[in-house]
Design a protein around this ligand. Sequence first.
Ligand code: SAM
Length: 665
Amino acid sequence: MINKKITKSLSDEIKIKAKISKIKIETPKGRPLLHWVNKHPLEYVTGFPTQLTEVFDPQKKDKFPETPKYNELEKNWHNLLFHGDNKEVLATLLEQGFRGKVDLIYIDPPFASNKDYMRKVELRGLKDLGRIEEDSESIIQQTMYEDIWKRDEYFQFMYERLILLKELLAETGSIYVHLDYRMVHYIKAFMDEIFGEDNFKNEITWRRQIPRGMKAHATFLPYSAEYILLYTKGGGAIWNQPIKINKLSIKEAEKKYMKDEKGFFRTSDPGTFSFEGLFDLYKRGKLYAPYNGKIIVDTKSKRIYTQKGNLGIKYYRKREGNFIVEETPVDNIWEDIPGLGVTPSEWLGYQTQKPEALLERIIKASSDSNHLVLDCFMGSGTTCAVAQKLGRRWIGVDVNKGAIQVTSKRLQKISKDKKEAKHPTFAVYKVNNYNLRILKTEAKELAIQQYGITKVKTDTFFDGLRDSGELVKVIDFNHPLTLLDLQLIVDELNKRPDEDRDVVVISLGRETKVDAWIEEWNKKQPYKDTRNKKRMRQFIVFDLKDKNFVSYEPSKADVEIKRVGKGKVKIKIVSFISPTIIKRLELEPGLLQKKIPDFRSMIDVVLVDTDYDGEVFKIGFSDVPEKQNDLVKGEYELEISEKPTKVAVKVIDMLGEEVMVTKEV
Ligand SMILES: C[S@@+](CC[C@H](N)C(=O)[O-])C[C@H]1O[C@@H](n2cnc3c(N)ncnc32)[C@H](O)[C@@H]1O
């Protein structure tokens, strides 16, 4: 067993230094309880520092908080895009006053489907030039997220996030959880436990596709459905019943409906209608007698009936020109929204992207104008895009830089197309410094190879095992090893009281206090074996800085920025090169010119801030080509202040990496 007292004093010290504030989280009390290995509730979470990295500011708000706090934002709202792990982001939102403030949550988490999702990244303009055919070289496979989970870990992962989401949801709020056959039954049991069985409102079956070709012959029937669980926080949740509108030609209507001089109608049984009610319908010609029979009204006995067959009430269909309009309430089988295989115009290359019509139905049903909508598995940003179009406020979160880029681009475009949009402004925040994720994953791979580490995908905390038996934790390479990182490892070890193995921590740099802390920790651990004086849970740091190890070459851009006349600036991207793209394409250096004759093929987006304050990039101008075959222009003339100002140009490549060039003009 570990020495609890020492652990406590060490962790207390660290907490003071790292300024951790604990946010209490309520333990679910509901039933039924699904159990799994290492199930534990969240007793508390800690918020993390946020860094404002980019703003899209068509309203010229100018002032953006470094940390978004609900009570400040409420008065002057801008939408929020977070780059980070959603557990950390949700905890941060709780810390910043968003508890109970979210009106609607939609999540489309990984399905535990045992495959890596790839985003196809195509270089721009190359199809037209016909240089690179089809997928072979122009498409770079960029892992968007890892979807390989051992079941227990997936459960714990989802459990924690659902608990946090409940805390953020308003009393009148609703949550939709999108899953498929693999996990829906388990997650429903969690939702019953966390949100309460009474708050289960429905399970929607969405027909994602119509089976064709090989699929239609699948053994034991093809999978065409996905499921969306709908829960509310409590009673009184917002609900606007969706109506399905179907337009039929007159010919089609003739097959389906009865007809009289007033139009097409169908009938239904009078059920519990009172005599007075029926009499009123009778006077208005809305009662129906089958077999051309007569309707008999007996006012004495207060009965209305027919000569032959049963009385019916006529429900007329609306006519619009040459069409008959059917309006039916939507039920829990949604077959009228095709998946994106069928509507490619929306397709942004994000494998798991959902159609906007699906989100439109959900957002309209469970929120009203100006309500706050949250999606913390945002992907290509479908929820945010639809929320924006429908005049809702939104928060999007994703751990993947590619998802942030795709969403940011998508939302800038919507605001430009739809000038009257409510709250068109949004700010991008990093939580716990996720900026160098692409670099990080690559460097992590290298480190793992270098030290002979076997990756353990089933452990959500540790990254692998060394051949010599130690647990391995690779610290994000975007920051040096800090006491907070060590505290997180200690917290994890505390959850595993039987763990006595040593821990190798791999980092790129370390804070000065780290060595002293580790020395003290190692000395205080109990003996594993008193004879050879070997203590358990020893921390060992491999600092890659000492080894000059990471050879990462960032993208380079040569950008000319010149003032022309008093209030204008001329910007020209003279050259751009992304060594990562070239490496991924596996191009020989000499082949580069032939394969990619125009460097703009590698550029996805160009953003300009004409009045850069040195900290927050405000997107004043953006060149976001709509089609894959269009290149960015690369040359711009923009208005600027007549006074000296700093111009910043951000060039984002097709992998989502950015280079920023600034100049005082
Ligand atoms: C199924 S996709 C969502 C697709 C989205 N509905 C759309 O229409 O594009 C799931 C997303 O969750 C993100 N994700 C997975 N784990 C995450 C985590 N811990 N924190 C934040 N995002 C995460 C992935 O990067 C991925 O983009």
